[in-house]
Write a protein that binds this ligand. Sequence first.
Ligand code: ASP
Length: 321
Amino acid sequence: MQLPHVISAKDFTRAQLDELFIKASRVKKLLAKNYYQTDGSGHIIKDFLPSYLTERTMALLFDQPSLRTSSSFETAMYALGGNCVTYRNASRESSIAKDESLEDTIEMLSGNPTISVLVLRHPEADAAQRAASVSSVPVINAGDGTEHPTQALVDIFTIQEALGSVEGKRITLVGDMHARTARSLRYALSLYPSTTISMVTAEDKPRSLLEAAKFSDVLYVLRPQQENWSKDVEDPARKAQRIKKSLDKYYAACTVSNEVLAQMPENSIVLHPRPRGSELPTEVDSDSRVLHAVQGRNGGPVRIALLEMMHSGEWQRLENK
Ligand code: ASP
């Protein structure tokens, strides 16, 4: 049986996204209410979400830092009544520290009969695909060296929620196009052929962003992925100097300040997958079009909906639609 892995945003279908977003907004409404309903004397009378996944366990294996993705996957599993076994520093905490291969690790974890899904974050380009090739449960790519497909789900859900629809929107990606979030978002947006995607990078003149902002419904701001820069330079002082120079250029061309926001249409939004730095200064946060915090929190409902659909078979059913 072909397992419904979530490895690349290239594999998403429009039917999967449409159904996922209906479910996620329903979940979001439920979450906005109190977690439990009480009978007035403080006794819990009803859970807010059905406990679909009791006696199911998610294995979360992370080998790179994470806040939003790991916490929202873990809490999503708990919210559905399930459990988690978590390795947040997998190369230190699991037997990968004793040179166990990724393949052996995945094969062992996924073979545990209570484990029903495996969520992986790993720096290598093909890590999620390698994991899927040996796993006996579905693997979710929570960010590898190439893609971050569930972030694209969160991003598109947020665009649809804020602007009513994704169709016909002009989306400008700003910053480091090597970011895995940018790659997955572009793949997923190909399911909405009426959208226009443009880019502003550090190579552009500082005025380019001001011009692009005038014609953008969405500015999607990216962090400089400086941990991947100047890897070929060994001397630490030279490396630091090179990175500083590149950062100066980056911030000159790609900073979304209030001046940039002033150029944007009234009905537009600014997103950022976070963590953010000077490319999205806190001065913009009071503008109601700046939605990176809402976007981050949408990770919860979107991942609850995804886990529910994967476990119920619905995700797989909509794979060929
Ligand atoms: N948190 C996102 C990721 O893990 C974005 C970033 O780090 O730039 O890819």
